[in-house]
Design a protein around this ligand. Sequence first.
Ligand code: PLP
Length: 378
Amino acid sequence: MVHLSTELIHADDKDNRVTDVAPPINVATTFRYDNNDLVAWNDRENLDFMEKQPVYSRLAHPNSTRLESIFSEILGGHAVIYSSGCAAFFAAMIHLNPKRIFMGQNYHGCRAIANILTRNFDIKQYKLEEIEEFAQEGDVVHLETPVNPYGTSYDIQSFADRAHSKGALLIIDSTFAPPPLQNVWDFGCDMILHSATKYFGGHSDLLSGVLVVKDEEACKKLRDDRIYLGTNVANLESYLLLRSLRTFEMRVLKQSDNATRIVKFLDENRSKYDKVLDKLYHSSLQTEDFVKRQLNGGYGPVFALTLKSVDQCKKFPVKLEYFQHATSLGGIESLVEWRALTDPYIDQTLIRISVGCENVDDLIQDLANALQYLQDNA
Ligand SMILES: *Cc1c(COP(=O)(O)O)cnc(C)c1O
């Protein structure tokens, strides 16, 4: 088997069209036909030709094809690339067309898409606890793990078993722990979603999303639908994402290691900050057996904590030097967010932290300083 770091750099070698070592940025929306090989659309057996001969960039373009080559290898299935994680989730809903969706805590954007489906098409929404009671053939269980904004994990295999026993399908949003941290196929899901905006992009400068399926027919349908949904990844973004992927493994492993060490520090020093720090959430603090089995390549780089007051939540980000106060996650720069600023459904004293690639001792010192300040002024 070829390893992750090699696939990230070479899985798209087969898509080389020119001798350039760095793939060119293509801005064309339309591409000249090969006048020596003219085949009518109706005479095409499939859409594979677009990978060699792009037609129009809403269908496919050279760097979207490269991205799908790499993602298909590293995510172990047939990958379909989108303009954002939300676009990918919407595409999954259109493709699977469930009558009922089962969701728990998850990314608020996916919830909002489900709300649109409920409003327009009367799709029913249920809690994860209601699978046994209400799920039927063709319904969708959508599980995010590790889950936003806590960074804690759910047992994928148990949800796969529960969904499948009712004939429902399981989608896993694995954005918070891409491989090599977590290999979701090992636990029996049917479709995988990643917001590539996060760890795959890794530099807080592009939007993209990806769906992965095992079934080639499903992949073809998704790509065909995407032509008309108009949600292919954009030209310039695809170049940025391609460049990001080359260094993905190094980044995410460092982020994972940094986060695990920071959480350990905070956990061991809780008593020092007893007037500030309330709860601490991260998969590394969970004791259930499945957590280590699922995150066998390392814990996710996002964790959360709650502070004793809303006032402390407003001051904490300001006192940090290296953690920038902004939403999102996955970039090489560490971020902190008083989550109430963007998430209407969340605990008002929750702080989410996305750990970047800085030196871990500097990050720990930074957090310690801010917590000490709040402790002294509490
Ligand atoms: C960000 C995010 C999304 C949505 O992705 P976008 O690329 O912002 O559309 C979906 N799921 C999770 C877990 C996310 O963090």
